[in-house]
Design a binder for this molecule. Structure first.
Ligand SMILES: *C/C=C(C)/C=C/C=C(C)/C=C/C1=C(C)CCCC1(C)C
Length: 242
């Protein structure tokens, strides 16, 4: 009974726990921001804003659990992490489709992006949580799926559609591409920090001891909230024009 309703202790030097905590609050705040702004937009853009809010909301709920899991067990919440990603990353693929619809994006393009993202995440999960001795091979397959997404949005069909749409849509598309090319590249670094066999022991990345979860948490904040804000400002511009 003594432990009833006791909150897990937060060590003042637990910077991993700190990033889980702040990440959770940031995702909640971003969700409120996106959801409450929906009505100010032209109808065509509401779905895009709704999806931005869903991405940060799903992350907020997962961060709530991950923060707790970390506080209670002091280990990576790999399972929750990948459940979060497998829901939110395909939704980011849906965002590309939604903003390119004006130029005639097809469902086929959307499903191709979603399929590649699921392959990227399932193989990553396998390397990080199931078949850890072969982390390098799973990471490689995951990386190929990642580069396929980069190819499609920067040089393939999606790029073609964005160019056709031009104007603000093209501008927003190009920024979102940078999120995928640069922002998403943070994750393989986290993966290498968390799995053995890259630069010595697990936890050693380029000779520094940066925790995998800190890298993932920073990546998520940039990619989920920042990505959503790019879509938000596109919707602001386009609703003004309409
Ligand atoms: C909101 C969450 C996002 C945007 C997560 C993105 C995750 C990735 C781009 C993960 C990529 C990985 C590789 C490219 C190779 C190693 C394994 C992964 C899954 C960490």
């Amino acid at each position: 009974m003594e432990n009833f309703l006791l909150l897990a202790k937060m060590d003042t030097t637990d910077y991993v726990g700190f990033t889980f905590f702040v990440g959770c609050m940031a995702m909640m705040a971003a969700s409120a921001f996106f959801f409450l702004s929906i009505n100010q937009f032209d109808k065509k853009w509401r779905t895009s804003i709704l999806v931005s809010g869903l991405i940060t909301f799903i992350a907020a709920v997962h961060y709530y659990y991950m923060r707790d899991y970390w506080a209670a067990n002091g280990e990576s919440p790999t399972f929750f992490r990948y459940v979060d990603w497998i829901l939110t990353v395909p939704l980011m693929c849906v965002e590309f489709y939604l903003i390119l619809r004006v130029a005639g994006a097809t469902k086929k393009l959307m499903w191709t992006l979603i399929t590649a993202s699921v392959i990227m995440l399932v193989t990553g999960y396998w390397g990080e949580g199931v078949d850890m001795k072969n982390a390098a091979i799973w990471g490689l397959i995951s990386g190929i799926a990642y580069f396929y997404i980069v190819y499609l949005i920067m040089f393939g069909k999606a790029k073609e559609l964005a160019t056709k749409a031009g104007g603000n849509v093209l501008k927003a598309h190009n920024i979102l591409c940078k999120f995928v090319l640069i922002g998403w590249a943070i994750y393989p670094l986290g993966y290498m920090a968390g799995t053995a066999g890259w630069y010595g022991e697990a936890g050693q990345l380029f000779g520094c001891n940066i925790d995998m979860d800190v890298i993932y948490n920073i990546g998520d904040a940039i990619n989920k909230i920042g990505f959503g804000l790019v879509v938000y400002s596109l919707a602001v511009d386009q609703s003004k024009e309409a």
